[in-house]
Design a protein around this ligand. Structure first.
Ligand code: FDA
Length: 378
C-alpha cells in the first residue's frame, strides 16, 4: 500500500482516483457501510425513486478543471435548481427576487422602485452597527422581508432567537431585482444522470484502489488504525480533525439535521423539489420531494407514489452526524490549535469538510483534493 485514505467522500475518492491513475496502490477505509460520504444516494425500495440519504445534493460549479474532471465519471442532466418558500400559507419564490417582492407587497414595482423601497426599509439599522443577526438582517433587506422570510427560518435552523445570534453568521442576504429565481449562479449545474452512487462507484473502480467499509480509523482492533499507520504510510485523513487529536483542544461545534422520510400515496406532493417553511409554527425547515430532481425519469418513476423528506435542524451532540460548522470564536481558536498540532503529524494530510472544519460544496471538496494531489502528494 502506498497511501491510506480515511473517508470515502468526494475528497478521499478524488485523491484515491488520482493516486491510482498514477500507479499508486491505495486503500480507502470508511466507517460507514457505503462509499461516497454525504453525497451517497440510494433508490427508495418501494418506489425506486433516488433519494439523497444525507440531504439534497445539487452539483454546481464554475471551475473548468473540476467540471472537466467530474465529467470523466458521469454525465449530468440539465436540472436547474429552484427553491420556493411557504410563508403563512402562501408560496413565494426564493432567493428573494422581484417576484417575491411584488407578491409580498401585492404590487407591480419596477426594479428601481423595488430597490428604492428595500433601501428605505433597510435604513432602520446600519449594517456596521448591527449588534446581532436580527439587526443585520433588517439592515440588509428591511424589516418586512426579514420578518417574513429570514427570522423564523433562521431561528429554526439555529434553535436560537436571531436577536441572540451573532451578526457575522450572515454576510449578505441576496436580493435580485429581476424575476430570475435560479438558485445557483454557477456556469454548470445538473444532477448525475444515473445517480450519485453510480458516479462515486466509478471513481473507486480501479484495480489499484481497495475500499474497506465498516472500518473506523480509531478502532484499535482493526489493523489500519491510527497508531498502526501514522509514520508507516502516508495518510490522507478526511474525518473530524478534533476526533483525530482526541478532542485535546476541545470539541468543535456543528449543527446536524434530522430527516423524516415518507412514501406518500400521491403522484406529486408539492410540484417542486424543495419547499422551505419560513414560519415558526412549522417545526421543520423544508421538505424535499425527490422525484422532482429527475423529471427525465418520469417514465420510470411511479405515478401514484412519491417520496418526501422533512428536514429538521439542531445543534449536534458528539454522536450525531456533523453537517454544518457553527464557527464560534471558541471553534476558530480550537481550529487554529488543531492546525498547529496537524503540522506535527508525520505525513498525515488533513482534508475535506471534516478534516478542515469548513463547509465545502462538492465542487470545492473535489477542487481542493485535486490541489492537494497536484501540490503535495503527487
Ligand atoms: P464527507 O463527509 O462526504 O466524507 C467523509 C467520510 O469520512 C465519511 O464517509 C465518513 O464516514 C468518513 N469518516 C469519518 N470519520 C471516519 C473514521 N474515523 N474512520 C473511517 N472513516 C471515517 N454540496 C453541494 O455541492 N451541493 C449540495 O446541494 C450539497 N448539499 C448538502 C446538504 C447537506 C445537508 C450537507 C451536510 C452537505 C451538502 N453538500 C452539498 C456538501 C457535500 O456533502 C460535501 O461537499 C461533501 O460531502 C464533502 O466531501 P468530503 O469527502 O469532504 O466529506
Amino acid at each position: 500500500m502506498d497511501l491510506l485514505i480515511v473517508g470515502s467522500g468526494f475528497f478521499g475518492l478524488t485523491i484515491a482516483e488520482r493516486a491510482a491513475a498514477s500507479g499508486r496502490k491505495v486503500t480507502v477505509i470508511d466507517r460507514r457501510d457505503h462509499i461516497g460520504g454525504n453525497a451517497y444516494s440510494e433508490d427508495e425500495p418501494e418506489t425506486g425513486i433516488e433519494v439523497h440519504r444525507y440531504g439534497a445534493h445539487l452539483f454546481h460549479t464554475s471551475n473548468p478543471a473540476v467540471w472537466e474532471y467530474v465529467n470523466r465519471f458521469t454525465t449530468f442532466t440539465d436540472y436547474v435548481h429552484r427553491v420556493y418558500t411557504n410563508h403563512k400559507g402562501v408560496v413565494f419564490p426564493l432567493p428573494i427576487n422581484l417576484g417575491t417582492i411584488n407578491q409580498f407587497f401585492n404590487a407591480a414595482y419596477s426594479p428601481s422602485e423595488a430597490r428604492a423601497l428595500i433601501h428605505e426599509q433597510a435604513g432602520e439599522f446600519d449594517v456596521k452597527d448591527a449588534a446581532n443577526l436580527e439587526e443585520k438582517g433588517i439592515a440588509l433587506i428591511g424589516r418586512p422581508l426579514y420578518e417574513a422570510f429570514i427570522r423564523d427560518y433562521t431561528a429554526k435552523q439555529w434553535q436560537t432567537d436571531p436577536t441572540e445570534l451573532p451578526a457575522e453568521i450572515i454576510s449578505r442576504l441576496p436580493v435580485r431585482y429581476t424575476y430570475d429565481n435560479r438558485y445557483f449562479n454557477d456556469t454548470w449545474e445538473g444532477l448525475p444522470t444515473d445517480g450519485y452512487t453510480a458516479w462515486i462507484e466509478r471513481m473507486a473502480d480501479h484495480p489499484n484502489i481497495e475500499v474497506k467499509l465498516g472500518v473506523d480509523y480509531f478502532d484499535v482492533a482493526q489493523p489500519l488504525n491510527k497508531k498502526a499507520t501514522v509514520g508507516q504510510v502516508p495518510v490522507v485523513y478526511t474525518g473530524p480533525v478534533d476526533r483525530y487529536f482526541d478532542y485535546t483542544e476541545g470539541a468543535l461545534s456543528w449543527r446536524t439535521l434530522d430527516f423524516e422520510r415518507e412514501v406518500l400515496p400521491v403522484g406529486d406532493f408539492q410540484g417542486t423539489s424543495v419547499m422551505n417553511y419560513a414560519d415558526a409554527d412549522v417545526p421543520y425547515t423544508r421538505i424535499h420531494e425527490f422525484r422532482h430532481f429527475h423529471p427525465e425519469r418520469a417514465d420510470r418513476y411511479p405515478t401514484d407514489k412519491t417520496v418526501i423528506m422533512r428536514e429538521f435542524s439542531r445543534f449536534a451532540e458528539r454522536e450525531d452526524e456533523p453537517y454544518y460548522p457553527v464557527n464560534t470564536p471558541e471553534d476558530r481558536a480550537g481550529l487554529l490549535a488543531y492546525r498547529e498540532l496537524a503540522k506535527g503529524e508525520k505525513d498525515v494530510h488533513f482534508g475535506g469538510r471534516l478534516g478542515t472544519y469548513q463547509y465545502l460544496d462538492m465542487h470545492m471538496a473535489i477542487g481542493s483534493a485535486l490541489s492537494m494531489w497536484n501540490n503535495q502528494l503527487s
